[in-house]
Design a protein around this ligand. Structure first.
Ligand code: ATP
Ligand code: MG
Length: 257
């Protein structure tokens, strides 16, 4: 069975794309067949996978508008060992242009149906907004992965996201689950981070991944080389943490941080 996960949080810069790219590479390293969908006009997941967003003739944008098949725009991340549905700034127009079209919330879901059986995991990197692109991601997904930094406003943002998930569940995708909350850029020397982390575990218990992603400069450096950290510096703490996360998702026990 294919697992389709939307990586989402309307808050910017929490590690969605870093998680998309590095989890895709880690699952691929575990012999999983992976597709990473970039749903963000910033195109960071595309670039971070080593695909030049400026050189693309077609992207997820044409797929959402029904002008291209998903298989026409699909490219390979040779650095990551997975396939990519790329995006670039063209996608910023989609929000407005899709207002006119039918079934605009489920365009991605329909497009993925044709390739789903080719993959074990489809990861969707959502933009930092609760907009139509994110709704397409949530409609297409079986479950949501929520990366978050353990800081003061994190919990507040979470309740907005949970409301959106409830709405999508009610109107578009009744089976949508919350797969898990992922603590990112974690620094155990920061007392507030420890407190928020403990609160998360209290409120969401087993919905919080046991794997914690540490703040690690290699994770921040790797995208400028178009590589997942696993390829850039396999032994870095960041690369190893995403391998642990892949292991946790595949049902293996992981060391507790
Ligand atoms: P946006 O909302 O803009 O799409 P995002 O949620 O996708 O952002 P990222 O782009 O993954 O977040 O991360 C934001 C910044 O933090 C990037 O510069 C990234 O390289 C860096 N970063 C992400 N995770 C880590 C980490 N664990 N350690 C150090 N730096 C990190
Ligand atoms: Mg991003």
């Amino acid at each position: 069975m294919t697992k389709i996960l939307a990586i989402t949080n309307q808050k910017g810069g929490v590690g969605k794309t870093t998680t998309g790219v590095n989890l895709a590479a880690s699952l691929a390293a575990e012999k999983q067949r992976v597709l990473l969908v970039d749903l963000d006009p910033q195109g960071n997941a595309t670039m971070g996978s080593g695909v030049d967003k400026r050189s693309l003739r077609a992207t997820v944008y044409q797929v959402l508008l029904g002008d291209r098949e998903l298989t026409d725009v699909r490219v390979r991340s040779t650095n990551g060992g997975y396939d990519v549905i790329p995006a670039n700034r063209e996608l910023a127009g989609a929000e407005v242009e899709m207002v006119e079209i039918e079934r605009r919330e489920t365009r991605l879901k329909e497009a993925l149906a044709g390739v789903e059986s080719e993959y074990d995991f489809i990861l969707i990197d959502c933009p930092p907004a609760l907009n139509l692109l994110t709704v397409n991601g949530l409609s297409a997904a079986h479950a949501v992965m929520i990366p978050m930094q353990c800081e003061y406003y994190a919990l507040e943002g979470l309740s907005d996201l949970v409301q959106t998930i409830k709405k999508v569940r009610a109107h578009l995708n009744p089976k949508l689950q919350i797969e898990g909350l992922l603590r990112t850029m974690y620094d155990p020397r920061n007392t507030l981070a420890l407190q928020v982390s403990a609160q998360l575990e209290q409120h969401f218990s087993d919905k919080v991944y046991r794997t914690v992603i540490p703040r690690n400069v290699r994770l921040a450096e790797a995208p400028s080389y178009g590589m997942p950290a696993l390829k850039f510096d396999r032994n870095s703490k960041g690369a190893q943490a995403y391998l642990d996360l892949a292991g946790e998702m595949l049902g293996r026990s992981v060391p507790v941080a």
